[in-house]
Design a protein around this ligand. Structure first.
Ligand SMILES: Nc1nc2c(ncn2[C@@H]2O[C@H](COP(=O)(O)OP(=O)(O)OP(=O)(O)O)[C@@H](O)[C@H]2O)c(=O)[nH]1
Ligand SMILES: [Mg+2]
Length: 238
């Protein structure tokens, strides 16, 4: 559970994981928070890794995968510390992953079924749809919510992400990484809620950077897939 200044919500999310998710251990990655995130998470019964400074979401999530890999875990769920993801839904992700041995990761999509309750703000929705459209074409697989950070990974995916994980706004790139490594993934319909407190890390200024960075990653993904499809076109030089 990546958490950056989430003292208002992290304890309730940790407790709800213990109450309603399949039996598991909870690790909170407190990424240099300046509030009481680590204390609240520990009080609620989680293990906490506290970073000496803010690494950003990519480094924090990779830390979780490294922990899981080195301690022999077979499954890792990633869930936000701000209360947007309902831990009870992890059971649904687990059923999906267990039902198909060829899958390495499943993730929750807000857009697979008609949205209920919380509505994604329009500007964010446009960005997500654009990424979803591009990824669907690049991967040849229907993708509806590529920025979702509500995920369940098997051991193969844990090992991949422990070794290498994208930095800022990593979710879209992580899907491209999975695909280029020959891994398979699927979406599961979920509902998400408003954050229970705290502040979003995605400010207006950062949204611009997000769009540019992820678009470049998509372009690189597209080129990679094209090269794979067409193979090398250059004649060998003598
Ligand atoms: N460890 C760590 N966690 C982070 C960082 N930035 C955000 N997070 C956490 O990652 C989760 C998702 O970040 P959010 O800022 O909520 O991003 P989001 O859910 O896409 O955006 P909103 O819908 O606006 O909440 C939350 O639990 C955050 O606390 C960071 O720099 N390090
Ligand atoms: Mg959030």
């Amino acid at each position: 559970m990546p958490a950056y200044n989430e003292e208002g919500s992290v304890a309730a999310v940790v407790r709800r994981v213990y109450e309603s998710a399949p039996p598991c251990d909870v690790l909170v990655i407190d990424d240099g928070s300046s509030d009481e995130t680590a204390v609240r998470a520990r009080e609620a019964g989680a293990w906490v890794v506290s970073m000496p400074f803010n690494l950003g979401i990519g480094g924090a999530v990779q830390t979780g995968f490294l922990f899981a890999r080195d301690h022999g875990y077979q499954l890792v769920a990633q869930i936000d510390g701000d209360g947007q993801h309902d831990p009870a839904i992890l059971m649904r992700l687990l059923s999906k992953l267990s039902s198909d041995e060829s899958l390495d990761m499943v993730y929750g999509s807000r857009f697979l079924e008609a949205e209920r309750g919380y509505r994604v703000p329009l500007s964010r929705r446009v960005g997500i749809k654009l990424f979803a459209f591009s990824l669907t074409r690049i991967l040849g697989q229907r993708i509806t919510d590529p920025t979702s950070g509500f995920r369940l990974c098997n051991r193969r995916a844990i090992e991949l992400f422990a070794a290498e994980y994208p930095q800022d706004y990593p979710e879209v790139e992580a899907l491209l990484m999975l695909r280029s490594g020959g891994f398979r993934f699927a979406e599961v319909a979920v509902q998400m809620s408003n954050r229970a407190g705290g502040r979003s890390s995605i400010t207006r200024l950062r949204s611009g950077y997000y769009m540019v960075k992820v678009s470049l990653a998509l372009l690189a993904g597209l080129l990679r897939e094209r090269v794979k499809l067409t193979g090398p076109t250059l004649e060998p030089q003598v």
